[in-house]
Design a protein around this ligand. Structure first.
Ligand code: GLN
Length: 332
């Protein structure tokens, strides 16, 4: 049977975002991350949602412009940067694209798959991706490349939350072990301490739900940022990045998440979640309290509500949508 495509409008998205916000805001489950002391002190009531349509329209509700720690969502832009610098094949060979089925900071995952750090979206692969960023050996230029890439993807220059960076640097013992284990396996491509520091710094960057929705929309839009109207990366990388998000975006809970939500998404322990609906929109939600795997409770519920209300699911042929908000070839 031929798939019957749905149309969705900006008004429908707006209604779904507002309904999800109202429904989820009183949810009190989860706890702020506490293994990074700064994150434990963030206001647990904060909650914001943003959707960026592919014509650049942004639909937001709640604390969508509040700055919070990007944490593991930063693994997505740096994976894109490494692809831009090395190409998709090299990233597969040097870092990998496999799910680990284990927590984000798992050392066991490295021991099990010692030929590669599995995926740039888990700690080991993200530290390896930071090691790859060019120019190898030059920490400040590498850092500038990481920041510039995020700026291109979101349209705004991100700034380090210094208190978070200090807090994380003082407690990152597990990540230090990861960096040096990768060295032992020949899977880190610059100095391990330098690579770890870049990773810690990028996790400490401040972001907003709005900025992450623009980044997600850029991925959903084949690398074309719909707000700044610039082609940020090769369109061929977009499905590869989305595949990485799909396989490991919620770590050991990724399968459950996909099964329930129908949208590839990536979380961070700062409470942010970024979701990609290819050809339709980018979505982001933020709220600090997390479940046991480190994924924001309210952000998950909100994104699921929105997908459900819009009757969207990337795995359902009959529920794929032709978004009226997508610019036509002539317009863009
Ligand atoms: N900086 C954090 C860490 O390495 C990021 C983890 C996360 O957001 N899942 O532990």
């Amino acid at each position: 049977m031929a798939a019957s495509h749905k149309n969705i409008t900006a008004d429908e998205v707006k209604r779904a975002v507002e309904n999800a916000y109202q429904k989820v805001r009183s949810e009190s489950g989860g706890k702020n991350a506490s293994y990074i002391p700064y994150l434990a002190s963030v206001d647990s009531n904060l909650f914001g949602i943003s959707v960026c349509l592919l014509d650049g329209t942004i639909i937001s509700v709640g604390d969508s412009t509040h700055t919070f720690g990007i944490e593991s969502v930063s693994k997505v832009p740096t994976a894109i940067l490494a692809m831009r610098e090395y190409g998709a094949v090299d990233i597969l060979n040097k870092v990998g694209a496999d799910a680990t089925g284990l927590p984000f900071n798992s050392i066991m995952a490295i021991l099990l798959e010692k030929d590669r750090p599995s995926s740039p979206l888990v700690n080991a692969g993200a530290i390896a991706a930071c090691s790859l960023v060019e120019p190898v050996g030059n920490k400040e230029k590498k850092w500038q490349a990481i920041v510039d890439n995020i700026k291109e993807l979101t349209g705004a220059e991100p700034e380090v939350i210094e208190e978070l960076y200090a807090s994380e640097s003082a407690t990152d013992f597990n990540n230090r072990s990861i960096a040096w284990l990768l060295k032992d396996y020949g899977r880190i491509y610059d100095d391990p301490d330098l690579s770890l520091d870049l990773y810690t710094r990028q996790c400490s960057l401040g972001t907003t739900a709005e900025a992450l929705s623009i980044m997600a929309a850029t991925i959903a839009n084949d690398g074309f940022n719909p707000v700044t109207n610039t082609q940020v990366f090769d369109p061929d990388f977009a499905p590869k990045v989305t595949s990485l998000i799909t396989t490991v975006g919620f770590y050991e809970r990724t399968g459950d998440w996909l099964y329930k939500s129908g949208i590839p998404a990536k979380s961070g322990v700062g409470g942010g979640v970024l979701g990609v609906m290819p050809g339709m929109f980018g979505i982001a939600a933020f709220s600090p309290p997390l479940d046991e795997a480190g994924n924001s409770v309210r952000a998950q519920l909100a994104i699921r509500e929105i997908m459900h209300e819009l009757e969207l699911n990337i795995f359902a042929a009959s529920r794929l949508c032709i978004c009226q908000c997508r610019p036509t070839q002539e317009q863009s």
